[in-house]
Write a protein that binds this ligand. Sequence first.
Ligand SMILES: [Zn+2]
Length: 144
Amino acid sequence: MKCIFCGNSESKVVDSRYLKDTSIRRRRECLKCGKRFTTYETVESNPMVVTNVDNVREPFKIDKLTESIKYATYCVNLAKSVEEIVNSIESKLYGLQKQEISTQDIVRVALDVLMEVSSMACLVYYTQHTDCNSFEDVRNFLNR
Ligand SMILES: [Zn+2]
């Protein structure tokens, strides 16, 4: 963070104050000119954009993912909660380090995570989110 008075990039924090849970205000003092200025830090919220098959872009919606996981795991006994599964998928998606992800990325990551939890849930999700039309497709998927 450069000093707004002299442009020096080194400063020390003289005071920090939480504004909300996600925001912090810092009072800084420039190590060169000694003048003080204020910076604000906030947590970045959902910067990911999802591109669907029709090339429509929309913000990544965690609720949509949660609904699809709830559906896929409806009749399945799980060792993990839906929330844990969704969190795991979300962090893997952010781990891709892409600003723009496709719906296929989401499906692929969700299937990987579900596979570790329940093959049945994985299969339900697969039939819901891919254009699988036959038992042959499902068998190919299970053998991949
Ligand atoms: Zn300065």
